[in-house]
Design a protein around this ligand. Sequence first.
Ligand SMILES: NC(=O)c1ccc[n+]([C@@H]2O[C@H](COP(=O)([O-])OP(=O)(O)OC[C@H]3O[C@@H](n4cnc5c(N)ncnc54)[C@H](O)[C@@H]3O)[C@@H](O)[C@H]2O)c1
Length: 351
Amino acid sequence: MQTAPGEQPTFKVVQVGCGNMARKWTAYAAQRADMAIVALVDIHRPAAEAMAETLGLGPEHCFTDLETAVKASGANLVFDVTIPQVHKDIVMTAAALGCDVMGEKPMAASMADAETMMRAVERHGRSYAVMQNRRYTRQIREARGLIAGGAIGRPGFATANFFLGPHFGGFREAMDNPLLLDMAIHTFDQARYLLQADPVSVYCHEFNPAHSWYDGNAAAVCVFEMSDGSVFTYNGSWCAEGAPTSWEGEWRINGSRGTLIWDGTNPPYASAIGEDEEPGRFSRELTRLDPAEPYTGREGHDGCFDEMLAALRERRRAETDCTDNIHSMAMVFGAIRSAREGRRIPLAARD
Ligand SMILES: NC(=O)c1ccc[n+]([C@@H]2O[C@H](COP(=O)([O-])OP(=O)(O)OC[C@H]3O[C@@H](n4cnc5c(N)ncnc54)[C@H](O)[C@@H]3O)[C@@H](O)[C@H]2O)c1
């Protein structure tokens, strides 16, 4: 969508990182009348130039350094689509230059970096929201709707199974913690969304099955205590050939009145005891409950973008603002630390 002649877009965007995922971000900007990509940055300049060409921008809009790009373009928003190890530098630089930031997951490559970034953004009075696209599928929204509507009563025990065997090649097969760091952030963030609770502690056993084709640990079992008193357990493997689960995970959440089932592919439903079932009977009649409220928002990246932009316009914190996302990061880095130290790790609540 084009801005009308003479009209200034509200959001003047510098996009940093012009690799694979970057195309999703520029495509979103192109849909909005209130947004324009004004500069592209990549340490590998040809990547920025190739992307600029697809957007009809000249090479004068391409840079290898964020600070120069922001100063030259007068941008007020930065899209960070670089690799995790670089997110800290990008976010810190952007906020110091007065820009708001939206960036790809994971926030950072360490918990200390994520905390430093969050504090810097706050100090500069800017916002930083993180892409957690797996919170924005119709099915997970409707699963949450069932829980929020009381279908299963008070959640007490949630489990997610994640078993897939992708052969990525490249950096993931050389990473120390490929499953926990690169993928489980999504599942952990989904657990926080479904339960509307934050982690209190974690115990994790991370391992690399003998048949694994990864250098680092490609499997993990985690037990999280959550702030609502529930327990969330995760069984995951990225080197599991056969009978794959969905990339969304396969969920069972048991509450005081029943159980939510979501296999990550088919619509979620609840199996719960009827309203007038007598307590204390050995076995009780169960009723199937389907989602009552359909989710009407957009899905995946677009759904998360829509929320991040609405929050920016309304000057409120986005659902995936860094101050929220830091709790999902705590689950990842707490699990890695627990596995390394062989003990339960308390995860302090953060505001
Ligand atoms: N949300 C999702 O489902 C999802 C899926 C895949 C990847 N991702 C995330 O997206 C991000 C990017 O992944 P990708 O697959 O596009 O990686 P990629 O390697 O294809 O692209 C990254 C780009 O960043 C550039 N870059 C690296 N360091 C830079 C720096 N200091 N300054 C400027 N540019 C720099 C690289 O040259 C490259 O062009 C990662 O954080 C990844 O975890 C998210």
